[in-house]
Design a protein around this ligand. Sequence first.
Ligand code: HDE
Length: 689
Amino acid sequence: MVPKDGTTTGNAGELHQHPVDGGAAMTTAQGIPIRDNQNTLRAGDRGPAMLQDFAMREKIFHFDHERIPERVVHARGYGAHGTFEVTDALADVTMAELFQQAGTTVPAFVRFSTVAGSKGSFDLARDVRGFAVKLYTSQGNWDLVGNNIPVFFIQDAIKFPDLVHAVKEEPDTGFPQAQSAHDNFWDFVSFMPESTHMTLWQMSDRAIPRSFRFMEGFGVHTFRFLTAEGKSTFVKFHWKPKQGLQSVVWNEAVKINGADPDFHRRDLNEAIVSGDLPQWDLAVQLFDDEVADSFEFDILDPTKIIPEEVVPLRVVGTLTLDRVVDNDFAETEQVAFCTQNVVPGIDFTNDPLLQGRNFSYLDTQLSRLGSTNFTKLPINAPKCPVAHFQRDGHMQTDVPKGPANYEPNGHQGADRGPRPQQASFLDFAAPVQGDTRRIRPESFADHYSQARQFFISQTPVEQLHIVDAYTFELSKVKNPVIRERVVANLGNVHEDLARLVADGLGMPLPDASEPFAPVRDDLAESPSLSILRKGPDSFAGRKLGLLVTDGSDADIVSAIQDAAAKVGATVKIVAPVIGGVKLSDGSRLAADEMIKGAPSVLFDAVAILPSSDGAAELAKDPAAKDFVNDAYNHYKFIGLGAEAMPVVEAAGLTQDDLDEACPSLSAADADAFFAALTPLRKWDRPVAR
Ligand code: HDE
């Protein structure tokens, strides 16, 4: 109500506002200060909303357009900032300024992701993980857009839309979400023997990592390093986690997805925030034409690896993730990785997948970010000078000065603008010949030899996990003809693999399919392909779930906390209620989780330390019984306090089941307990698969 003299009497709505003091003055996006963010301007106390309420209209207008298209693949991801430091100069093979001197550091941004699921899907899908790194170098951004698996499903980019359509939700039903365990994926794969090698990796525990921190990363394709003189050296890029490798088991993954769908992102966030900074070494495999020609496969074929035992890794730098993002949308969602972002001294090869990617990544940004000016967003902007005559376009934020917007030009001085310089990006002078044809070269025809090599390089436990994963996935395939085609392909990989999967599916073993090229069974085992052989050398960076009750022994609890701090591990206190417990000495211990919200799948090992009354209560609690049972069935180490037996027995386990992997706990052996956890799992425990 506005009095005749034009002064306002205030809004009636103010009567219903809770006064909150402090904070900067709130404005509209146009900077106009506003006095009420709760009530739309009304005509009369109970009357209609007024169109003239620009603050309300602007607010809703902006909200309506908050979403941008999610990535067509790798939609679910999590990013962090870091620093990359060169530890071994590569001046002999590349002119890249970054690699001229040990000690050079550049800012980095990394985004980890799953491939198939939507942005809101769960973290522990069985899937390939993206491992995309942007290095902001003095010569522009270098994006190494890799995966945690060193090979790919297809050899030619033209098949990518088919692959992705096949793995995503089926178009008629709209499910399943974030998983390959369905007809369309295996139907496609069964007709694409070139995918077999990658499915071996995908069915291995590599596809259910415990944490982003415990995965390797690979550039996949063969790239080139180039000297200023144009001399080329082939290079493959590897990221090696200093934390060691670790995965979960499938039954655990399924349960983690329910208990904490954000398991991986939470893990990375917590590690960085707590100062336990994850690190990876960047290693390169360097080789020349002669070595390339000596291989039985084509180095341009992205379904092949070069075993580390054949061309050794040279560690050249270290990546440290040291800062979480300030804003998930502005940084992680808007970061635009592009495979074509390479710097002088790095160049592409003719890998047909890489060549297709070099088109796709730039192209997709227009669809996602809506403007060719996406390079101006803070997360994408190079941290070196940028000078060109690209102009205008949606959301242009530059205000270029002067008359020149073309080159060459005859303007003088500052008006003239930038000019191409000699000491700049150098394209490899590749000799090219031959007819233009749509062919798959003969050198790309062997689809099974390296798949076999991968299988025989695994430990027996890992081989069984691969068998189980194929069996599970194919059990979700409704059409038996598809199962038969896949198992027939596996027959070319390894007799045992095909037979065990056929047995698991309850089907007769089909004849192996006809391979396009003879399968080599003489490739040597490559131990570096196993995860279990590359485990950590301590429990550092891992998490112990400590189950306590009122009356738990205060000395042991503090001894465990001290011992954990010494090895760099985290202890999470799990209690019957989130309010915590009163320990034996009368002190209060705050809980991190209540037992009903913290199943043992969230921890790398557990310890059960109830008082005798507490144990009697826990023995009645289904959540506590599952806590023990799952830990046992997932091969985890279980530390037992003196009073823990009733809980263990309630879970159906007997003293006989409690092998040396379930050490009894006293304050004196807390250090020894953590040392015993180093292998992470007790794989020889007799658990039925
Ligand atoms: Fe990607 N891929 N990809 N890809 N890819 C995308 O780019 C594509 C491939 C990878 O965290 C998209 O910005 C084609 C191999 C990662 O933002 C898109 C082909 C490898 C990420 C695209 C491949 C990858 C992507 C979707 C076959 C491992 C996430 C959104 C020729 C070396 C990057 C986007 C991030 C994302 C296309 C194959 C890794 C559509 C056409 C091989 C880690 O451009």
